[in-house]
Design a protein around this ligand. Structure first.
Ligand SMILES: [Zn+2]
Ligand SMILES: [Zn+2]
Length: 338
């Protein structure tokens, strides 16, 4: 088959790769209905995360099960499935506590920008739908695999409760779906931080009540003005830089919560500053598997439409253009069709 590889900064190639095969008895092979480019794929693409050898790419996926290993019991060939970007057995103590993305058997998926994919720990990683979903729901189901699951975790970790005031730092696809998640969890006021008109518009569609265009100290002052001078109950950090993290912590009221899901690059927190910030910090790789059944149901019931974050759809063989468009911020998120 043909699949996506990265050779170095801004060097994405769609080229011959071996067809995935069952390696362990707990594996499944799926034929993808759709995959996509993640904001986190831009870190290696931009050379911020070094590439030492040609590497497969992609970790968001949904599709039809083609083949299963001998020990796979719950997942059957022919089923439509969605899985998380992190594999999990879903039975170890960490999984039982709901942190499947840190499962003792976890592997990070990294070859999903391809027509076929091997999924380890299929029974614990994949969630099957009872029927094959209609085509128009595929983008939203794909979104549950990471980008929505991650935005949802940001809101959950930020303890968004009915009536809360939430701030979302970051207007990428995860931040925008963080807005949607906060809305679903009942936040009364949702302040999205964005300077980009098309992203502001989508944030409003997803439930943002206010937009703050300022950043850094100015952004924090604006949030304080909007929150009676005390800061927000819940802040979703969806970027992963020093500036965004400080902005998030400083926008939170004393006793409030920061949910941080942006993969940190160069973030260092000062102990004393943190001590007096007096906030709850909770984040990490989103335990998407915990949320998948609920999120898939919300999509199938037509309650949410997270697939709207895909504002560019390309055939999979044009994957390099998909990266370019996101890198240049011409696209929020690229969906790829095999
Ligand atoms: Zn991702
Ligand atoms: Zn586990």
């Amino acid at each position: 088959m043909l699949g996506t590889m990265i050779y170095g900064p801004r060097d994405i190639r769609f080229e011959h790769r071996p067809d995935p095969k069952i390696v362990k008895a707990t594996d499944a092979i799926i034929r993808l209905s759709a995959t996509c480019v993640c904001g986190s794929d831009l870190w290696p693409y931009r050379g911020i995360q070094p590439i030492t050898q040609p590497t497969t790419m992609g970790h968001e996926y949904c599709g039809t099960v083609e083949e299963i290993g001998k020990q796979v019991k719950n997942i059957k060939p022919g089923q439509f499935v969605v899985g998380s970007f992190a594999t999990s057995d879903n039975i170890c103590a960490i999984c039982q506590h709901g942190y499947q993305s840190s499962c003792v058997q976890r592997e990070f998926m990294s070859a999903a920008q391809a027509p076929y994919l091997r999924v380890p720990l299929a029974d614990g990683t994949l969630v099957a739908t009872s029927d094959h979903p209609p085509k128009e729901l595929i983008p939203s189901l794909l979104a549950t695999s990471d980008v929505l699951g991650t935005g949802w975790f940001a809101a959950d970790a930020a303890n968004v409760k009915p009536g809360a005031t939430a701030v979302v730092v970051g207007d990428g696809a995860v931040g925008l779906l963080g807005v949607l998640s906060a809305k679903q969890m009942g936040a009364k006021r949702i302040i999205a931080m964005s300077r980009n008109p098309s992203r502001q518009k989508l944030a409003r569609e997803f439930g943002a009540t206010d937009i703050v265009t300022q950043r850094g100290d100015e952004g924090v002052s604006r949030i304080k003005e909007l929150t009676d001078g005390i800061g927000a109950d819940s802040v979703l950090e969806c970027v992963g830089t020093q500036e965004s993290m400080i902005q998030a912590i400083s926008s939170t009221r004393k006793g409030g919560y920061v949910g941080y899901v942006g993969v940190p690059h160069g973030v260092a927190l000062d102990g004393e500053q943190l001590f007096y910030a007096h906030v709850h910090l909770h984040g990490g790789p989103a335990p998407v598997r915990r949320y998948l059944p609920e999120l898939i149901k919300l999509v199938l019931d037509g309650k949410i439409n997270p697939g709207k974050v895909f504002d560019l759809t390309l055939p999979l063989d044009q994957v390099a253009e998909g990266y370019r468009a996101m890198d240049e911020r011409r696209a929020i998120k690229t969906l790829l069709r095999p």
